[in-house]
Design a protein around this ligand. Structure first.
Ligand SMILES: O=C(O)CNC(=O)[C@H](CS)NC(=O)CCC(=O)C(=O)O
Length: 302
């Protein structure tokens, strides 16, 4: 009998605050509900553990072996019997943390820990300057795509989106799905398009997420933070799933949760899901064999 190849993945959208315990319960709630909706893989956004003032980093960023947030998410993955990916601030015992994306099995084990390669050190418009490297140690390697029931999952994170080499390299290593857990800034969320000016703004990251999906012929999974996290921090949302032709097949509501947050409402996170069709991925790659047509005689391959 042919194994079923159509499975479901979910991307979460939430508004993490400096209340780690609450963020853990919000994460668990998304996992529980997505599992009940027949998803085998649930992705939670960047900084799911907390979004807080840099002065609180030392206190809140815990190493993996003593991290109550991670413990709670692992328990829920096990209870709900799903694969989970979640991004956190991993404490290192130094002044800076690592921007870590964990992959957790349905047994509740952490099977991968990817550290964000590209840090958001920028100075533009109303957002800037932002210096992620002040608080974060950058990662040093890509991890080999991991075989999940939904497909081979390659891990990247948020700002990594702007460096297509990472996605191309993961595809070369066999990725069928590429994850970009994110906390998009308000300014990069919107990019101005000049023609026609009347249309105003399009969502910049959406352009990039679709480009990464099209050029790697892979599903792109982007869970996201949304809304007002504190007086100072706001993110853009737009959690989405893009199919390997670049179609946005799922996008979360653009409505942010209320601020200040209702601390008792741990079910205010949302998720959207999509069917993942690996037969189609295979077919697209056969019909348009980009990886056999690359010109290594002309340019360096990633
Ligand atoms: O650690 C935290 O508190 C949460 N992390 C973030 O918000 C990170 C770094 S500050 N955000 C991004 O990388 C957005 C990139 C972006 O928006 C783009 O490339 O368009």
């Amino acid at each position: 009998m042919k194994m079923p190849t159509k499975m479901r993945a979910a991307v979460g959208q939430m508004c993490s605050t400096d209340n780690v315990k609450r963020n853990a319960e919000m994460s668990a709630s998304i996992i529980r509900r997505a599992a009940a909706a027949d998803c085998q893989l649930v992705l939670l956004p960047e900084a799911a553990d907390f979004i807080a003032d840099a002065s609180k980093l030392q206190e809140l960023a815990k190493p993996l072996d003593s991290n109550d947030f991670v413990k709670r998410v692992r328990e829920q993955a096990k209870e709900s019997q799903v694969w989970v990916s979640v991004s956190i601030h991993e404490g290192t015992g130094t002044e800076r943390c690592k921007n870590a994306t964990l992959l957790i099995s349905p047994e509740g084990e952490v099977v991968q820990n990817y550290h964000k390669l590209h840090l958001l050190d920028v100075n533009y418009g109303n957002d800037g300057p932002i210096l992620e490297s002040k608080t974060t140690i950058k990662g040093e390697k890509l991890l080999e795509p991991y075989q999940t029931p939904v497909g081979k999952l390659g891990m990247l994170c948020c700002y990594d989106l702007r460096f297509p080499e990472g996605a191309l390299s993961l595809r070369r290593q066999g990725a069928e799905l590429i994850a970009y857990p994110s906390a998009f800034t308000m300014q990069t969320g919107k990019i101005a398009i000049t023609l026609p000016a009347a249309l105003g703004y399009v969502f910049g990251a959406k352009v990039l997420l679709r480009a990464r999906a099209i050029e790697t012929q892979s599903y792109v999974l982007a869970p996201a933070q949304i809304g007002q996290h504190s007086k100072e921090r706001e993110t853009y949302g737009h959690a989405m799933i893009v199919d390997p032709w670049g179609g946005v097949v799922a996008q979360a509501s653009t409505r942010p949760p209320s601020y200040p947050p209702n601390e008792d409402d741990v079910d205010c996170g949302t998720f959207v899901s999509a069917e993942i069709d690996l037969d189609w991925v295979k077919q697209i790659r056969e019909e348009m064999p980009l990886w056999e047509q690359r010109r290594s005689d002309v340019y360096a391959l990633v």
